[in-house]
Each structure stands twice: as C-alpha cells, then as structure tokens.
Design a protein around this ligand. Structure first.
Ligand code: PHE
Length: 448
C-alpha cells in the first residue's frame, strides 16, 4: 500500500514537498486579503506570534507522529491509540472540503494567466473586470475544470515525475519575483500609508475574530490540522533533523506570506486610497489589486504579470496536488481501489463539489449562509471551525494520551530538541486553552 503513495527523495525532498504543500494560494491569495481585512499590522503581529508557538508545536507533532508510525493520518492516530482513530477520519474531512474550493481559485489563476498571455492585461486592471468574470455561470467553471484536470494529471503521473524537480526551481523564482513586485508596490505614490497599515499594529482593531482568522490562516497556510503533515512525516527519514526541517518550512512559508502582503496591501492604498471598502474586498483582493500594479508598470509590467501568474499557478498546483494526493490515498487505503479509478473518482467528485462555490458569485449568490458567499462559507467551516477542532484534539492526544514524551523522543532520534520546553507548554496548555476560548467567542460572535 505504501508504494502507491507518492514518495519523496531524501531530506530535501521532504522539505520541498512539505514546502510545496505549504506555499500556495494560502500565502499569495489568502494571507494578504485577511491582513487587509483584519487591521493590517495587528493581524500580522498575531499571525507571527502564532507561527512561532502554535504553528511550530503542531507541525513538529504532526510530522513526528507520521514518522513514528510510518502511516498517513487515518492509520497513524489509531495506531498510537485505538480510541483516537476517529481523529484521523475527522482530519481527513478537512482536505475534502478545501480541495474543491481551492480549485475554484486555481481556475481564477488560470483565467488571469490566459488574460495576460493573450495580451489583455490592461483590461484586467479595469474596475469590475474580476466581478464580471466570477459572476458568469459557465466561464469560471471551464477554468475550474482545466485546473482540476491538471492537478489530477500530476497526481496520476506521480509526484516524482518532474514535479519535485520543477518545484525546486520554481519556488525560489517565485520568491524573487514576488519580492520584485513588492518593491514596485511599496514605491508607488500613496503606498506608504499602506506600508504603515500593514506593519504597525493598531491595537484598537484587535478582536477575537482577528485571532481566529489568524489561527485559521496559520493552519491553512502550513497545511496543518488535516493530516497532510502526518503523511509527509511518514516519508521522512529517521536520521533527518526534524526540528530544523520544520523551522525551515515555517520560515519559507511565513516569508512568502509576508512578501505577498507587501505586494498587495500597500498597492490597495496606492490605487484606491485604502478606504474600508477597498480593504474589505475579501477573496477577490489579489485579482483586483495585482492587475492594477502590473498595468501601472506599462508594457513590461504586463509581461511581468504573465510570468507572475505562471509561478502562482505553479505554487497553487503543488498545494492542490498535496490536497488531492491526500484524498486519493485515504480512499485507496480504505477501499483498495486502483489508482486510476480513485483519481478519476476524486476528480469528478471535486468538480461537482466545486460547482456551488464557483456559482456562488453569480447564479447562486442568493444563498449566503451566515452572510458568506458559498466559497467563503466552505472556507470558514474548514479553517475557522474544523481545523481548530482537529488542532485542539491533536494537542489533547499528544499532550495527554500518547504524552509529549513520545513525540519528543521521536524528534531526538536525530538531534537534540532545542525548543522542547516551548513545545510541551504549547501543546499541553497554551494551545488547547486558547483554541477553545477563541472558538467559543468567535462562534458566538458569528451567530450573534
Ligand atoms: N497550504 C496551502 C496554501 O497555502 C493550501 C493547502 C491547505 C494545501 C491544506 C494543502 C492542504 O496554499
């Protein structure tokens, strides 16, 4: 059964695979719009604190559980304690919710790429272009289908056939390019207010919702609380330095998110003065703001835009491949279906489940659970409800059932565990208490 899952070569392989899963639309599309919406600097600050505490502890725990049991999530929790196999199943529900709507956004990226390649980058910078596109019934679904098709093809052919190698080149290039766009953005007239908004915390904007949003983003961005890192941990060699690898992935992931925020938030101020409505654009922010930045830079900017969307597409694909791979391996492990059949089934299932999210901005816009568009609603359920619950249970599991020592011993197989104290305190006390507090206050908030 093990062989059917994609394997990665060596330590660099693990880091790149995990970083490939982590760095994606979460960093480039999701992080900037949340930062813009939830008060800029205060969101960034809360996020960074969570990265070095919750993020670190949870990622170490998940990778260690995977490496210890040599199993993916569904089997891993159950192997350590029979009563907790349900946690593996619960964690598996998350990628099944995320994967379809992730592909909807992936489809938008393909659309923008095609717009730039066909030389229509200027049109994309017009007000209303994005809304016009996502409001249509058919076109976004076609792009969605293209995106799902590419993802399925990669998963079917296997991760080692090129994707691993390609991501070693593409990801650093994306980082450099994003940095270039960020420098261009912050030097636009009027952007300085945006830089201040993004970097200087305004404590009056703090609310439990800020923490919940930051926490959901943390799980999402680092591909935590859904079993993915458990699976990747099972591919890691015993002699690899687990703690160091986790830190490297965190650094790269957070660095990318930070830079993406720098390229988008100041640009919102430069091009629309930073009024609340512009900052509150939500899911569309990247698609509305970036085209304005590219158009502002003239012909060169439009060419740049094309290259940029190729790289974003690539980052998105490595993430959606990890999402689909997880879903496929869950079904394969459970039902022992062939890989071809399972891939086809998951692909078709994904397309069907993605339809409501895609149509939620047009035909189905009258359905607005809790005031969310359908896509935002699925995003909310997975990131702000299910993932905190899975994270909470993982903490309880590691802290009190198998005990932190089991994980610590696994980490120490290769090298001393430098942040052991921090790890123990976060897993046993800090994370569980905070997650419950935040979850309860924000659910009350959302309902009230
Ligand atoms: N972490 C990915 C991103 O930032 C998204 C993702 C979430 C991938 C969950 C896999 C699992 O885009």
């Amino acid at each position: 059964m093990e062989q059917k899952r994609g394997k990665f070569s060596g330590k660099i392989g693990f880091i790149f695979a995990a970083a490939g899963s982590a760095v994606g639309l979460g960093n480039i599309w999701r992080f900037p719009y949340l930062a813009a919406k939830y008060g800029g600097g205060i969101f960034l600050l809360v996020y960074l604190i969570l990265v070095v505490t919750f993020g670190f502890a949870l990622m170490v725990a998940e990778v260690a559980i995977g490496r210890k049991t040599q199993l993916s999530a569904v089997g891993a929790f159950g192997k350590l304690n029979q009563k907790f196999s349900f946690l593996g199943y619960l964690a598996s529900v998350v990628p099944m919710i995320i994967f379809p709507y992730y592909c909807v956004i992936g489809g938008w990226v393909v659309k923008y790429l095609s717009v730039y390649v066909s030389g229509q980058g200027l049109a994309a910078a017009q007000d209303g272009f994005f809304e016009g596109f996502i409001g249509k019934p058919v076109e976004p679904i076609l792009f969605l289908a293209v995106y799902v098709g590419i993802t399925a093809l990669i998963v079917f052919l296997g991760v080692q056939n090129g994707v691993e190698k390609a991501s070693k080149i593409m990801m650093p290039v994306l980082a450099v390019l994003a940095l270039g766009v960020a420098v261009y953005s912050v030097t636009r007239p009027g952007a300085l207010d945006g830089v201040k908004y993004y970097l200087i915390p305004d404590f009056s904007r703090f609310s439990p919702m800020t923490v919940l949003a930051a926490m959901g983003q943390l799980f999402y961005s680092m591909s935590l609380a859904m079993g993915i890192m458990v699976t990747y941990g099972s591919y890691m060699k015993k002699e690899d330095d687990l703690e160091k690898s986790v830190k490297q992935i965190e650094l790269f992931d957070t660095g990318m998110a930070f830079v993406a925020g720098m390229m988008i938030v100041p640009a919102v101020f430069a091009f629309s003065g930073g009024d609340e409505a512009a900052l509150n654009k939500g899911a569309g922010l990247m698609f509305v703001t970036l085209p304005k930045v590219f158009a502002d830079a003239g012909t060169l900017g439009l060419i740049f835009g094309g290259v940029f969307f190729v790289l974003v597409l690539f980052a998105a694909l490595t993430s959606s491949v990890s999402l689909m791979e997880t879903v496929v391996s869950i079904f394969q492990d459970k039902f022992h279906w062939s890989r071809k059949f399972t891939c086809t089934l998951v692909m078709v299932g994904c397309l069907l489940l993605a339809l409501p999210s895609s149509l939620g901005y047009g035909l189905l816009s009258w359905i607005a659970p809790l005031g969310f568009s359908l896509l935002d609603f699925f995003d909310f359920i997975s990131n702000s409800v299910l993932m905190p619950i899975v994270a909470f249970l993982t903490c309880i599991f590691v802290g009190y059932i198998v005990k932190t020592k089991a994980v610590e011993d696994e980490v120490k197989l290769s090298s001393p565990f430098k942040r052991e104290k921090l790890f123990t305190v976060v897993i046993k006390y800090l994370a569980p208490v905070c997650i419950v507090l935040i979850l309860v206050t924000s659910v009350l908030d959302a309902l009230g």
